[in-house]
Design a protein around this ligand. Structure first.
Ligand SMILES: [Zn+2]
Length: 209
């Protein structure tokens, strides 16, 4: 009997240790994300991006992609694309060697997203968006919108990690389809139009105005 009870208490201790380690790892991921988001915010602010929408309204969202509030408030239809960035990063980073920890994978995804946010707000990409895509009045994101995009990517990563491959794929294409029907734009179209603009797609998108 004594042996059994000892084993049970050892098992409980091991479980507690594992739980504690999981908690610590999660803390690192949260802390790392916050630090990277702050680095992105400061960089974007120094690049001259506005902190918040010039309208000064405190609505947390803006659903009209054609309005000047787009990408200026906390969330908008393009937030979904950033969730999908996280899903894609989770899928790509899965192929790293098994020895690479979840923390390193996750924070690599956040670094990539921060890099994209900075690139997205660089003069060259802003100009590209204005000339090639439907975002003719685009002047970059507000700092707070960019920070929300980074956290959207983190949520996407965490979601894909739990959903695993098949359900993540379904989630990816379902989200793309919903956003496509909703605003006639989505992550795939956005990339296509940025890299290889197709006039017919632009005409169709503009018809939704
Ligand atoms: Zn506004």
């Amino acid at each position: 009997m004594r042996k059994v009870s000892l084993n049970i208490s050892t098992a409980t201790e091991i479980r507690d240790d594992v739980g504690e380690a999981h908690g610590r790892n999660r803390d690192w991921r949260v802390a790392g994300s916050i630090i990277l988001a702050i680095v992105a915010a400061v960089t974007l602010w120094l690049m001259g991006q506005p902190l918040w929408c010039k309208c000064g309204g405190w609505s947390l969202w803006s659903w009209d992609i054609w309005s000047s509030h787009n990408s200026q408030h906390l969330i908008d239809p393009y937030t979904a694309s950033h969730v999908l960035h996280g899903v894609i990063f989770c899928g790509l980073l899965f192929w790293l060697p098994k020895s690479v920890s979840l923390n390193v994978r996750f924070l690599t995804a956040i670094v990539l997203e921060v890099g994209w946010e900075i690139l997205e707000n660089s003069p060259i990409i802003i100009e590209r968006y204005r000339s090639a895509t439907i975002a003719t009045g685009y002047s970059g994101d507000s700092v707070i919108n960019s920070v929300a995009d980074i956290f959207a990517c983190a949520i996407g990563y965490a979601l894909a990690f739990r959903l695993r491959a098949a359900k993540s794929l379904i989630f990816f294409f379902a989200t793309e389809l919903i956003v496509l029907v909703w605003v006639r734009d989505c992550l795939i179209l956005n990339v296509v139009m940025l890299v290889y603009p197709i006039e017919a797609i632009k005409v169709w998108q503009m018809a939704g105005l």
